[in-house]
Design a protein around this ligand. Structure first.
Ligand code: MG
Length: 261
């Protein structure tokens, strides 16, 4: 069945469609886990992108990012002060202690999965990095916790922003989460901050990608000359975590939670 998109109205999916989205989401979760395992000092982000391409093809799907508005990578790889949308490059090598945000999108049998995590290379973050990662992960958890039928999209952003502020970080405002299902980006937008308007009513069958981006410094970002890489303007560190969820009457189901070992 086709999705019921009307202008900026959120898409509502039936159980069979959500089954399809879940498969795509699980494929992204598996690929992301493999990529995190592969991270090591000296690996180039170009090699990482190549590996992502192989892993994505092995799922039977294809990158949902490659070619999207001309994006040249299989996945987004964003280091340190880069927030999102970084592009893997052969001549760029990750180093011990780097914060690497990996964002994976896969199109599989007509549905799209989208998930991201930020990992410290070598797995031994110093205290500032550890705290930033921890706070961003908690923001995602709290945002997911606020997402239930009968609530509003704004509940998610408010939960994320409140926790980020309390932890001493700013939330990126220029980029937001989104509906996701048959297409990578569907209505509604899911900001990581409270808006004046309550936002769309959350209903059973909505599928959202919630993706807080937290900065050590202020929330301002700029886009590099490559037209993609989003970077903190003050060059402070940034972290990004993303899960796709399906709205239910109770707790949201996390579609990108890795289920298989
Ligand atoms: Mg996304």
């Amino acid at each position: 069945m086709t999705a019921r998109v009307r202008s900026r109205r959120a898409v509502i999916y039936g159980p069979r469609e959500i089954d399809g989205i879940r498969l795509a989401a699980q494929a992204t979760a598996g690929v992301l886990r493999e990529l995190v395992r592969a991270l090591r000092p000296g690996l180039s982000t170009g090699e990482l992108d190549d590996l992502a391409g192989e892993l994505i093809r092995a799922t039977g799907g294809e990158s949902a990012f490659f070619g999207y508005r001309g994006f040249p990578g299989q996945i987004c790889i964003s280091l340190n002060d880069e927030v999102v949308h970084g592009i893997g490059r052969k001549e760029r090598f990750v180093q011990l202690g780097d914060l690497v945000s990996l964002d994976v999108g896969i199109r599989l049998h007509g549905f799209v999965g989208d998930t991201a995590t930020t990992h410290c290379v070598g797995d031994l973050p110093d205290e500032p990095r550890k705290q930033l990662l921890e706070a961003t992960r908690q923001c995602l958890q709290l945002g997911i916790g606020a997402a239930r039928a009968g609530g509003r999209v704004n509940d998610i952003g408010r939960a994320v922003e409140q926790h980020a502020r309390k932890a001493g970080y700013s939330v990126v405002r220029d980029f937001v989460g989104h509906g996701c299902g048959r297409r990578l980006h569907e209505p509604p937008e899911v900001p990581n901050f409270a808006c004046r308007q309550p936002g769309v009513l959350l209903q059973t069958g909505m599928v959202l990608a919630i993706e807080p981006m937290l900065n050590q410094g202020d929330d301002k970002v700029s886009v590099d000359a490559d037209g993609w890489t989003v970077r903190t303007r003050d060059r402070g560190l940034s972290a990004h975590f993303e899960h796709m969820i399906a709205i239910t009457n109770g707790e949201a189901e996390i579609l990108t939670w890795p289920k298989k070992a």
